[in-house]
Ligand binder design. Structure first.
Ligand SMILES: Nc1ncnc2c1ncn2[C@@H]1O[C@H](COP(=O)(O)OP(=O)(O)OP(=O)(O)O)[C@@H](O)[C@H]1O
Length: 248
């Protein structure tokens, strides 16, 4: 069963003038996939990501998470699904300025409420250490560099161990070195942990490293291709994904 599926999804904004953000999009994304969503500015990439991430609802068609149609969920179930299944990384980190790195990473765990305070703290510290921020646990966002903040945001996205990470221009506001680190972390989440990563990006180096590329124009998918060139580093992926599917 696919992790995420869209069936004929359309999103129209009504108002004085109707705007079609996404038009009749169908796709299916499975475990362990590394997917780039590309397209010109205004082609609906972010809108599609928000629909797949249950941050927005389609006007027509349906989005299914692990086979469950999201329109059949009430807001509480959608929120719980977002928290447990989908981790989000945006172009801007959206960290809470008054919380430390550790505190920010603990927020989604608090909301999900599965761990006690000590376990939350230990997991947040471990995630930050794994992303090279072991020496910065108690720093406030303003005390960190742009790249470090984005890595805190990635640790926050991983807080509840979601199988899927949705990233909207995750390298869009970073310098070259930090961009490379973020790309590398996302690639490792797929290759080493069997997670699914779907990333909207204008960054061609990044898109070319991904196995699957979905290209949008005017809210429609105009191509959805697998790149053999990017298959190398992910050669073992299907196996990881299958093993995960078999054990979960
Ligand atoms: N809340 C909104 N109100 C009005 N128009 C909107 C709104 N959100 C998006 N749009 C319009 O819908 C279209 C799709 O926007 P979207 O942000 O999804 O595109 P995008 O491909 O992610 O663009 P970019 O690469 O510039 O981020 C654009 O023309 C945008 O201006």
């Amino acid at each position: 069963m696919p992790l995420i599926e869209a069936r004929g999804v359309t999103r129209i904004l009504s108002g004085a003038v109707e705007t079609t953000l996404v038009s009749d999009v169908s796709l299916s994304i499975g475990a362990g996939e590394f997917v780039a969503v590309t397209g010109p500015s205004g082609s609906g990439k972010s809108s599609l990501l928000y629909l797949l991430g249950l941050l927005d609802l389609p006007t027509a068609g349906e989005v299914l998470i692990r086979g469950r149609p999201t329109h059949a969920m009430d807001e509480a179930e959608r929120a719980a699904t977002r928290l447990a299944t989908l981790g989000f990384v945006f172009q801007f980190h959206f960290l809470l300025p008054e919380f430390s790195a550790l505190g920010n990473v603990m927020i989604p765990m608090r909301k999900l409420g599965r761990l006690d305070a000590r376990a939350m703290r230990e997991r947040a510290a471990l995630l930050l250490e794994q992303l090279g921020l072991g020496g910065h646990l108690d720093k406030l966002p303003e005390q960190l560099s742009g790249g470090q903040r984005q890595r805190v945001a990635m640790a926050r996205a991983l807080a509840n161990d979601p199988p899927v990470i949705l990233a909207d221009e995750p390298t869009g506001s970073l310098d070259t070195r930090s961009s490379a680190q973020v790309r590398d972390i996302l690639a490792r989440l797929v290759a080493e942990q069997g997670r699914t990563v779907v990333a909207v990006t204008h960054d061609l180096t990044f898109a070319e490293a991904m196995r699957r590329r979905i290209h949008l124009v005017d809210g429609r998918i105009v191509s959805d291709e697998f790149s053999p060139a990017a298959a190398g580093p992910q050669a073992g992926l299907n196996q990881v994904a299958q093993t995960q599917a078999a054990t979960s």
